[in-house]
Design a protein around this ligand. Structure first.
Ligand SMILES: [Cu+2]
Length: 343
C-alpha cells in the first residue's frame, strides 16, 4: 500500500513538475466563464481568460485610415512613418460571452489601415511586444529583405524597420509571416494596405471591410465569420450612406480554413476592380468570390433609400455572422429637412 502510494505521489510530482517549475514567475490573473477570478503562476498555454482585454469598434475601423507621420525628403519624395506594435496576450469579447485570444497590430483586429500614394517611401518601425516571434509581411513590390519572412522579430521588445516604396496601386493585405502561419493569421495579425494612384480616384464615401473568420475552439474550423471581426455587427448597427453618393469599399478576404468567401450586395450592382491595380473596372456584378488574401475595390451608389443587406452568399458564413446592412438615407430629403429647419 505504502509502495503504491509513493508511486502515485511520485507520478503526481512528475506530472505537475512543469507547472511548479515556473512557480517563480509573476502570478497572472484569469477570469473563468463563471466570472471567478483565479490567480496562478503556472504555465497557461493559451491565455483565454486573462483580464487584459481589448476593445474594438467596427464602425470606427470602417472609415479610419492611417496615413502615418508625413514629411518630405530632399528629393521631394513623401516619407510616411508608422509605428506598429504587435501583442499576443489579449482577449476580446467577440460576441456576448465569447472570449477569444487575439494577437494584434496596434491593439486591434484587423490592425490599422495603412495608406499611402504610389511612390511614397514607407518607413514602418515594428515593435514586437508579444511573447512569440512575429513579423510584418506586406503584399506588394519590395526588396527581399523587407518581405517579413526570413527576418523573424523576437518577442518582448524586438524591433525591425521595414522601408520600401509604396506600390503597386491597389488594396493589399499585410500580415505576420511566422510559422505556423495559419495560427499567426487566424489569431488576428493582419491588416489592410492601400496604395492610392498619384491621380486620385474620384471622391467617395470610402470604407474598408476585412472578411475574417474566428476559430474560437482551436479545431481549425471557423466558428464565426464577419466583416471586420465582430459577427453580425453591421446588421445590428447598419452602415449609414446616402443616395446618389459614390461608395467605395476596399474588401480583403482573410478567412483561413475555408477555400472561398464571397460578397453579395442587395438591390444593386457594383463595379469591381480586382486587387485595385487597374483604374478600369473588370466586372459589373452583385457577387464576387474570393480565395485567401484575394481582394479588390467595389464602387456603387444607391438611387433608392432604404435598408439593403450585404453578406456572404455562402449562406453558412452569413448565418454565422458575415452579414450587414447599408441604411441608405435619402440625400434629397435630408437637404429638404435642412431647408425646413432654416425657415
Ligand atoms: Cu506572428
Amino acid at each position: 500500500m505504502i509502495l503504491l502510494l509513493s508511486i502515485v505521489i511520485g507520478f503526481s510530482v512528475i506530472a505537475f513538475f512543469p507547472i511548479f517549475s515556473d512557480a517563480q514567475s509573476e502570478p497572472k490573473t484569469f477570469v473563468t466563464h463563471s466570472g471567478a477570478v483565479v490567480q496562478t503562476s503556472g504555465e497557461i498555454i493559451d491565455p483565454l481568460y486573462t483580464v487584459s482585454t481589448v476593445e474594438f469598434d467596427p464602425m470606427e475601423y470602417l472609415r479610419e485610415f492611417n496615413y502615418g507621420v508625413v514629411s518630405k525628403l530632399s528629393d521631394g519624395t513623401t516619407l510616411r512613418e508608422f509605428t506598429i506594435i504587435a501583442e499576443d496576450d489579449k482577449i476580446m469579447e467577440v460576441s456576448p460571452g465569447v472570449f477569444y485570444n487575439v494577437w494584434t497590430f496596434n491593439g486591434t483586429v484587423p490592425g490599422p489601415t495603412i495608406r499611402a500614394t504610389e511612390g511614397d517611401l514607407l518607413r514602418i518601425k515594428f515593435i514586437n511586444n508579444g511573447s512569440k516571434e512575429h513579423t510584418m509581411h506586406f503584399h506588394g513590390i519590395h526588396p527581399a529583405g523587407m518581405d517579413g519572412v526570413f527576418e523573424p522579430v523576437g518577442g518582448n521588445g524586438g524591433q525591425f524597420v521595414y522601408e520600401f516604396e509604396a506600390g503597386p496601386v491597389g488594396v493589399h493585405p499585410y500580415h505576420c509571416h511566422v510559422m505556423p502561419l495559419e495560427e499567426h493569421i487566424v489569431h488576428g495579425l493582419y491588416g489592410v494596405f492601400i496604395v492610392d494612384p498619384k491621380e486620385e480616384r474620384p471622391s467617395a464615401d470610402e470604407m474598408v471591410m476585412v472578411l475574417n473568420g474566428l476559430d474560437t475552439d482551436f479545431d481549425t474550423e471557423n466558428n464565426f465569420y464577419a466583416a471586420n471581426t465582430i459577427p453580425f455587427y453591421y446588421q445590428h448597427h447598419p452602415i449609414q450612406i446616402n443616395t446618389n453618393e459614390l461608395i467605395r469599399v476596399y474588401v480583403v478576404n482573410m478567412v483561413e480554413f475555408d477555400p472561398i468567401n464571397n460578397f453579395h450586395l442587395h438591390g444593386n450592382l457594383y463595379k469591381y476592380y480586382p486587387t485595385g491595380t487597374d483604374l478600369v473596372p473588370s466586372f459589373y456584378t452583385d457577387m464576387i468570390t474570393l480565395s485567401q488574401t484575394e481582394r479588390g475595390i467595389m464602387e456603387f451608389e444607391y438611387n433608392f433609400p432604404g435598408k439593403y443587406l450585404f453578406h456572404a452568399h455562402k449562406v453558412e458564413f452569413s448565418e454565422k455572422g458575415w452579414i450587414g446592412i447599408f441604411l441608405v438615407n435619402d440625400s434629397s430629403e435630408k437637404n429638404n429637412q435642412e431647408l425646413d429647419y432654416g425657415t
